[in-house]
Design a protein around this ligand. Structure first.
Ligand SMILES: NC(=O)C1=CN([C@@H]2O[C@H](COP(=O)(O)OP(=O)(O)OC[C@H]3O[C@@H](n4cnc5c(N)ncnc54)[C@H](OP(=O)(O)O)[C@@H]3O)[C@@H](O)[C@H]2O)C=CC1
Ligand SMILES: CC(C)(CO)C(=O)C(=O)O
Length: 307
């Protein structure tokens, strides 16, 4: 199988490295230092136990360097670049090629389906975590299952994708319920990401009574919206699940914290702010998510003057 990863930062590089053991992988990313380091020295992947391995993978900042006939394009940009990434991926696909998103937040699948068609779109969520340590160097910050689901009943079978992922060591489960997957992860991110970025602590340090009070309110508001939309969540006790993820990813810096620390735009619009937007449409109050979103926006706007 020929796989293109569009957006080869932390997660794209990580998935690219694992899939390169069983497929032909092409990484596409505008970060030239990263692309050059991968091509010249190989991609270094460091595991949680500090062991590391080097992967020889082709990387390109110009998508035209990748030959057409791609069977699977995986979008791993941040959500605000999803549409552009899908436009990059589409002309590279083979006749039966598919596009998969494993990004966080609401709306990625819809943006891709608008460009590539619902029948060519797959979406899902992953419990793997990654951090870009520097050009050509990624840290694997957590492992867990990956769930994928076709965007439409007309999407061809995705069993072969599951098989390739499994062969690459990526535990993969096919689901038929996209909303359950996306909202299940959204609620975790709504509880953890913004607060971790504001108080600047790794996920495990959020487990104090003071932080838990805020996380619980953000989570309860998001659950109210999911309930109003009749979305079945993949767990019975959402806040307990959020605390469980904090424990499992104890030392991990949430992706929004990583963004704030390097002065990059965050995904707040598709996480807490998306909950606020849905709340407005449904007439449900979401004051905690609104406040978290406003603080993140203020942090984004003031990065250059941070003391
Ligand atoms: N990190 C994590 O642990 C997890 C992240 N996720 C989700 O995965 C997605 C990716 O996250 P992450 O890997 O952390 O993000 P990164 O910022 O590390 O990587 C995204 C990469 O995409 C590149 N990019 C931007 N625009 C384009 C484009 N048009 N075409 C190709 N590449 C582009 C960026 O380059 P540049 O920086 O130069 O713009 C960057 O290198 C997000 O939705 C995130 O929420 C999900 C689970 C865990
Ligand atoms: C699950 C969690 C919170 C792990 O850090 C994540 O998805 C993220 O950082 O975006």
């Amino acid at each position: 199988m020929r796989i293109a990863i569009v957006g080869a930062g932390a997660m794209g590089s990580l998935f690219g490295s694992m899939l390169s053991m069983v497929s032909d992988v092409y990484l596409i990313d505008p970060y030239e230092d990263h692309v050059n380091a991968i091509n010249e020295k190989g991609l270094i992947v460091e595991q949680e136990d500090k062991t590391s391995a080097k992967f020889r993978i082709f990387a390109a900042s110009d998508p035209f360097q990748v030959k057409q006939g791609i069977d699977l394009a995986i979008i791993f940009t941040k959500s605000y670049m999803t549409a552009q990434a899908a436009k990059t991926a589409l002309p590279l696909l083979s006749e039966k090629g598919l596009i998969l998103t494993l990004q966080n937040g609401l709306g990625n699948m819809e943006l891709i389906a608008d460009i590539a068609g619902k029948q060519r779109t797959i979406a899902g969520v992953t419990s793997h975590g990654g951090t870009l340590a520097g050009p050509g160097h990624v840290r694997h910050a957590g492992k867990g299952p990956t769930y994928i689901a076709p965007a439409s009943s007309n999407t061809p079978s995705i069993n072969h994708i599951k098989d390739i992922f499994q062969a690459a060591g990526i535990e993969t489960i096919i689901s038929q319920n996209l909303d359950t997957l996306i909202w299940g992860k959204l609620i975790i991110n709504a509880g953890i990401n913004a607060l971790a970025a504001i108080i600047r602590v790794p996920n495990g340090t959020l487990l104090t009574p003071e932080s838990e009070k805020i996380m619980e309110q953000a989570v309860n508001e998001a659950v109210n919206i999911a309930n109003a939309l009749n979305i079945e969540l993949p767990y019975d006790k959402p806040f307990e699940q959020v605390k469980e993820v904090c424990k499992k990813t104890f030392a991990n810096k949430a992706s929004m914290l990583q963004d704030i620390l390097r002065g990059a735009r965050t995904e707040i619009d598709v996480i807490n702010q998306a909950i606020v937007k849905k709340g407005r449409e449904l007439g449900i109050d979401t004051p905690c998510n609104a406040f978290l979103s406003d603080i993140i926006k203020a942090l984004e706007a003031t990065w250059e003057n941070r003391i």
